[in-house]
Write a new protein. Sequence first.
Length: 329
Amino acid sequence: MKVAVVGATGMVGEVMLQVLAERNFPVTELIPVASEKSVGKEIEFKGTKYKVVGLQTAVEMRPDIALFSAGGETSLAWAPKFAEVGTTVIDNSSAWRMDQTKKLIVPEINASELTKDDKIIANPNCSTIQMVMVLAPLHKKYKIKRVVVSTYQSITGTGVKAVQQLENEYAGIQGEMAYKYPIHRNAIPHCDSFEENGYTKEEMKLVRETQKIIGDKTITVTATAVRVPIVGGHSEAVNVEFANDFNVSEVREILHHTDGVTVQDNLDTFSYPMPLFAHGKDDVFVGRIRRDESQPNSLNMWIVADNLRKGAATNTIQIAEYLVTNNLV
């Protein structure tokens, strides 16, 4: 496999390279791609040094697969150019997610939708991926009616600039701001830009993407997304109303047998998910599973995952693995 990583020098791009190596993805030739200012820089992958190239050069090299993590504008402009030369693009931005002609894939849930004709495949938003990993198996059993989610999102979702802002604030240094306000000792209820309805794009991604991935537009979702001074991953307080009643022990059992999900839910040992422990791991962690006593057929859960791994890089590479295993590239 000739593999291009577009945005190879960014936070997600670096994790993509790490995950490709860890999972022994069959890379015969790596093409690291970045903006013009990074062209010519060297990156190391599995002990070999590779020179960063520009987008046009990468297209001309006709990779089998291109893993994109370079922002929506770059994806809109360049993903079709790669697709035209026969490359299968797996895109990590929001550019193609709600395009009706493109698949939005979490491999454990809906990879079977993919065909050889899918040349641009969308990777969902990080906060959506971890939530649907837990919701999808429960929907099959009990049918979800409504989801209320509040997120506590890592600054790594914003990027290097946000990590630098937090480090500067820890050290008492004036520096460039990724956010309008300090993030140290703060929680900012503003992830991405605001839409006309008063919700942020991040909140509306949770609404729209959940329905598309699970394949049920009758599921209603309402979200509040909050940025917190955490580096290790995103956390979510999720309240789910089902059409059918459930047994809490059975819910735990279903999730225990769900690939990619780890149940951490033992109050006797104070076991529950936290970004401190999710950091650097590929699973989605769920705990604090309990009946909502204020509403029939309703459940509360706490869901945590490393947003740079399962929320971005790992999910992207799992899609690529599915394509290879099923001879779709």
